[in-house]
Design a protein. Structure first.
Length: 318
């Protein structure tokens, strides 16, 4: 850093180890034995610098010291880079890397979240969840922590807990399809749990309706100008909506939902399967067979196509 030698020339007697032993060229903290050592030394140096600033008689010198003091403050308060650990196939090494970064930056919510993601990728959802919750505690508005908590709680079967965080994510990103899809999955799981309870069918029906509203919201998001992942999520939402509509006996609405989805993603196996169900429910068996044959043309869908054709033929014979 260009200003390092100037700092020590302008602020004589500054305590602690030289700055270049504590900061890299970007102002970020480099490897040291203790994170508390960094904080303590920064605070100590700050107090010394402030005293030197007040004692400066020359206005030019005073301004220079002020600028350098601000630079020091920026360096001491710098947060960890979001991509401190490079992506690699050995996930255990990635976990070890983020674990070290957490030691250096225990109060950085992004670091906590990324450490959690690494733990999740090694099959440790409970440990990952602990890090996601810590990230959320440090910054409740951190959207990725909200999403990860909801998704992980759902994976662990705790859908009711997951719902709060899914709703918080949606509140921040009402136009992001993935949040609504997560919310719908949470509601669907809660409906399935309710259906298993004694006298829980009414509650299950209510939750299914709420899930359908979430899928409908996704299916009605703006397609024009949407990025590829958003389009895929919209198509997914339309397909899930169509399946739900067929299940409650509204096959014509399901067919319409599929048409919207195909505008987002023309080659969607899931939409084809949903429309096959919608066609068959309306006894449009030839149209259903045409979709089943189209399904065979998509990568990895030959077996699915064969199963669909067999199912259509069995439905036709009923």
């Amino acid at each position: 850093m260009i200003w390092q030698p100037i700092l020590w020339a302008l602020i004589p007697g500054a305590p602690g180890v030289a700055i270049d032993e504590r900061f890299d060229e970007n102002g970020g903290v480099i490897a040291v034995e203790s994170a508390s050592l960094i904080v303590g030394s920064c605070a100590e140096t700050f107090l010394h610098c402030r005293a030197q600033l007040r004692s400066a008689e020359n206005p030019v010198m005073r301004k220079l010291r002020l600028l350098l003091l601000l630079a020091l403050i920026a360096g001491c308060n710098r947060t960890a880079p979001a991509e401190a650990c490079p992506e690699e196939r050995d996930m255990e090494r990635v976990v070890a890397c983020w674990q070290k970064v957490v030691v250096q930056y225990p109060d950085d919510p992004t670091v906590r979240n990324n450490y959690g993601a690494a733990l999740m990728n090694t099959g440790k959802p409970e440990a990952a969840l602990a890090q996601y919750y810590e990230a959320y505690r440090l910054k409740p508005a951190l959207d990725v922590a909200q999403f990860n908590i909801a998704a992980t709680e759902l994976r662990l079967g705790r859908a009711e807990t997951a719902q709060k965080y899914a709703e918080e994510f949606i509140a921040q990103h009402p136009d992001m399809a993935t949040g609504w899809l997560l919310a719908a999955s949470v509601l669907s799981k809660r409906a399935a749990d309710a259906a298993k309870e004694e006298n829980g069918e009414d509650r299950a029906t209510e939750l299914r309706k709420k899930a359908e509203v979430s899928w409908s919201t996704v299916c009605n998001l703006k397609i024009e100008g949407a990025e590829t992942l958003q389009r895929a999520d919209i198509a997914n939402g339309c397909a899930q909506l169509a399946f739900a509509q067929v299940a409650r006996g509204d096959a014509s609405a399901a067919e319409a939902s599929c048409e919207i989805g195909f505008r987002a993603r023309p080659e969607s196996a899931q939409l084809l399967r949903a429309r096959i169900k919608a066609y068959a429910a309306q006894k449009k068996y030839d149209a259903a067979l045409a979709d089943a044959r189209t399904l065979a043309e998509l990568p990895g869908q030959r077996e699915s196509s064969k199963s669909a054709i067999d199912w259509i033929e069995s439905e036709r014979k009923k």
